[in-house]
Design a binder for this molecule. Structure first.
Ligand code: MIC
Ligand code: SF4
Length: 658
């Protein structure tokens, strides 16, 4: 049978299940990645799974502990790079010691953003990667099957080498022609977002094929696969071809290249056609990546700031274009660049173009996520900022009333020079990547040989997770009160915001839980705690959250499930869920339930008391009856959980599921 590329890779890794869209399968995982904002928790979970935690002691002696079961697992420090206090530094020390003890690679602070480095130094065509970051699919640019997941799934893969997920539908995105003028790879993915919206890719893989594929470099492909996360896709993938070989050769990793692509008459579940010739510069307007317009339609919008960077557009080729545009010019508004990796920075320096960027008045930050996750450079009140990032959710920049636009690097560079959103003009510069680059990976610490006496450093900021995740089996009727009723497309940033103030608490669940829904419902925590502690419910009841479509889109942060769990949330009833967040809810024992009849959403109000009956029968029944005792009415909820997920839920979460 003719196969597409996704089927080929999954089949090669298949351990359990049937590769039918919608069915759960288990695959072997070759590589994992974690970053510091999700990785500390993932490593704590890994330790808990590996049963190496001994009675809360701060320092463990090791040597006999289990090692990771994957071929390559990399632990990155790239998100929590501001060190305003001891917290982040302590977490980083913990991560480094875990890497040494269990056999992970460790990429320290200043080395760059995980996805850029994974692409440069670790991704291998045809292999399978999961990462505790939603943009892990960036590695699909190299023909890798790469999926973003919650930390617990990574911890599980590091302990067992396995990953379970729902077999997605595979869509053939057929590219023809080639990009012309100032159109860039960013505009291709913005075009898809404008056609399909932020929930258009849920349950799907986008596999890129067609003659247009050959015209895109790996750097360009990576921009497209990276932002597939914004469509809600399971992943995106390009074939491994001549462009891939060229990239790996440049990275002095030619030996890891192999050709891999779909069979010529392979079948797909759907087809989308894009003629690259027709793509023009696009821009996502506030406050969603799918609010896409033509640059020419918003040009002239005054800007307060421009930032070029993030894992979407911070590669060597992106910054070379920017340097060419900025050469000899001055920026009119504060402009900032954060290179994707130290390798990118070192090569810009060697090629003599960093000086063009600096001379134009641009501030150069260290290679890290930085402003993309609200780690500094927040805009002024009501400020308008144009960024080359992938997300422009309200408040994510650190300034709640700022307006964030998203574009490709050329639009951003021209706009910085004009001080307003501007269309690129003039002759498109030709970017010649050098035949050889400096391979600046010397900061990466390779896995140490197994040895005794490695100390795991657990700073004061790292609180034990057992009490937070300890799953109690749900009783047969979940009794609860609706604490919050939400709109469509609630992001995990809405559930638990990031930013320089909250991020350092990622390894301290009691402390970070104080910020759940803090931006959109400041009294949520108080109300959740009141219900949780109410003697009326005798510890059995909890809060229930009601939501619209695509609940939990965006970041993979499992804190968006774990913290509500800590606050006593028992169930989320939504019109639909985003993939990663749904798995995270299951992993922490919160029921993700779906309205059978969407109109029932309208009939629920905040403070209604609900009883979800016969939860213990959920295995056999896809329907559960919910009694609204406040309004004296009932409605039906369904679920699309697999048997394995039901087992996890009924055990109270993955860590309690043996
Ligand atoms: C993001 O871009 O939102 C993050 C920060 O990289 C997250 C991970 C996190 O919240 O730590 C993601 O994309 O998964
Ligand atoms: Fe970092 Fe931003 Fe990429 Fe998330 S989207 S990994 S915060 S650069």
């Amino acid at each position: 049978m003719k196969k597409n590329l996704t089927q080929k890779i999954i089949e090669k890794h298949l351990l359990e299940g049937d590769m039918r869209p919608g069915a759960e399968i288990g695959i072997k995982i070759d590589q994992t990645l974690t970053q510091d904002a999700t990785g500390t928790l993932a490593c704590l979970e890994f330790e808990a799974m590996s049963k190496t935690l001994s009675g809360g002691s701060k320092v463990l002696r090791g040597g006999d502990a289990c090692r990771i079961k994957t071929k390559r697992s990399v632990s990155y420090v790239d998100h929590n790079t501001l060190q305003n206090g001891f917290e982040n530094a302590d977490d980083h020390k913990y991560l480094r010691s875990i890497a040494e003890k269990y056999g992970l690679y460790f990429s320290p602070n200043g080395n760059g953003v995980c996805h850029q480095i994974q692409l440069e130094r670790f991704a291998v065509p045809g292999e399978a990667l999961i990462g505790s970051d939603s943009h892990t699919p960036t590695a699909g640019a190299l023909g890798m099957f790469a999926v973003g997941v919650g930390g617990l799934d990574v911890a599980y893969a590091m302990s067992t080498g396995k990953f379970y997920f729902i077999m997605p539908k595979i869509v053939n995105v057929k590219l023809s022609g080639k990009l012309t003028g100032w159109a860039s790879a960013k505009d291709v993915i913005l075009e898809l977002l404008s056609r399909l919206s932020v929930k258009g890719g849920v349950g799907k893989v986008f596999e890129y094929t067609g003659s247009g594929v050959d015209t895109l470099s790996v750097y360009e492909r990576a921009t497209i696969t990276n932002m597939g996360a914004e469509l809600g896709l399971t992943t995106s993938i390009f074939p491994s071809d001549g462009q891939t070989k060229k990239f790996l050769k440049l990275q002095k990793r030619e030996k890891e290249w192999k050709e891999i692509s779909a069979d010529s008459e392979a079948k797909y579940d759907d087809v989308i056609e894009i003629n690259l010739e027709k793509i023009t510069p696009l821009i996502a307007c506030p406050h969603s990546p799918d609010n896409v317009k033509k640059v020419k339609d918003v040009k002239g919008t005054k800007l307060d700031q421009v930032i070029i960077g993030s894992c979407t557009n911070s590669s060597l080729s992106d910054l070379l274009i920017v340097a060419k545009i900025l050469k000899g010019k001055k920026v009119k508004v504060p402009a900032i660049i954060s290179p994707g990796s130290r390798q990118v920075l070192v090569n810009l320096l060697k090629m003599g173009v960093l000086s063009d960027i600096i001379a134009s008045g641009v501030r150069v930050l260290e290679p890290a996520c930085g402003p993309c996750i609200g780690m500094g450079c927040a805009p002024n009140s009501g400020g308008v900022s144009l960024r080359t990032f992938n997300r422009n959710f309200k408040g994510r920049s650190g300034t709640d009333d700022a307006k964030i636009y998203i574009s490709g690097p050329a639009v951003a560079a021209f706009s910085a020079i004009k001080g307003e959103i501007a269309e690129p003009s003039g002759k498109v510069p030709k970017i010649n990547l050098p035949g050889k680059i400096i391979i600046a990976d010397d900061l990466i610490i390779k896995p140490a040989k197994r040895k005794k006496g490695i100390l795991v450093c657990r700073g004061e900021n790292i609180k034990p997770i057992q009490h937070a995740v300890a799953g109690t089996k749900p009783s047969n009727t979940i009794t609860g009160e609706v604490i919050l009723k939400l709109r469509d497309n609630i992001t995990t940033d809405d559930i638990i915001p990031a930013g320089a103030k909250i991020l350092p608490l990622r390894s301290n669940i009691p402390a970070i839980s104080e910020y759940v829904f803090s931006k959109i419902a400041p009294d949520f925590v108080k109300r959740a705690k009141k219900i949780k502690d109410s003697p009326r419910f005798a510890g059995e009841a909890g809060g229930i959250v009601v939501a619209g479509e695509n609940y939990g889109q965006g970041s993979s942060r499992e804190h968006a499930a774990l913290c509500p769990k800590y606050l006593g949330i028992k169930a989320v009833i939504a019109k639909s869920f985003a993939r990663i967040h749904k798995s995270n809810l299951v992993n922490f024992g919160i029921f993700p339930l779906i309205f059978r009849d969407i109109s029932d959403y309208e009939k629920i109000s905040v403070s209604d008391k609900l009883e979800i009956e016969n939860v213990g029968d959920i295995t056999s029944k896809t329907h559960l009856v919910v009694r609204n005792t406040t309004k004296n009415m009932s409605f039906v909820v369904t679920h699309d959980l697999t048997e394995r997920q039901v087992k996890i839920l009924l055990a109270g979460g993955l860590l309690s599921c043996r």
